[in-house]
Design a protein around this ligand. Structure first.
Ligand code: FES
Length: 96
């Protein structure tokens, strides 16, 4: 008889975040699951929503406080204006 692991690993499973009807495609939405803060947002060029850590890589500000840029359709951090595309790649640093 094989020994079964009795430990359930919550981080190795999928979870629903929110009904899509509750999302506004024009602004980022914060959610927290398993103590991890996430942001759900929809790039203008995409039909699908993206989920990122709700943490700007610049100074860790919440990306959910940012907005979807009208021109690029990317997620813009509200603090210093860095922008991220649907792959999470930084596409614009205004100060650079
Ligand atoms: S903290 Fe996001 S751009 Fe600076």
């Amino acid at each position: 008889m094989q020994a079964m692991s009795s430990e359930f690993n919550f981080f190795q499973h999928w979870y629903p975040l929110t009904p899509v009807e509750d999302l506004d495609s024009k602004c980022p939405t914060p959610v927290t699951i398993l103590g991890i803060r996430l942001v759900i947002w929809k790039p203008k060029s995409s039909d699908t929503y993206q989920v990122f850590l709700d943490q700007c890589p610049h100074r860790l500000a919440p990306l959910s406080e940012g907005r979807i840029d009208d021109k690029t359709g990317n997620l813009m951090c509200s603090y210093h204006g860095w922008q991220f595309d649907e792959h999470g790649i930084c596409t614009n640093i205004p100060q650079a």
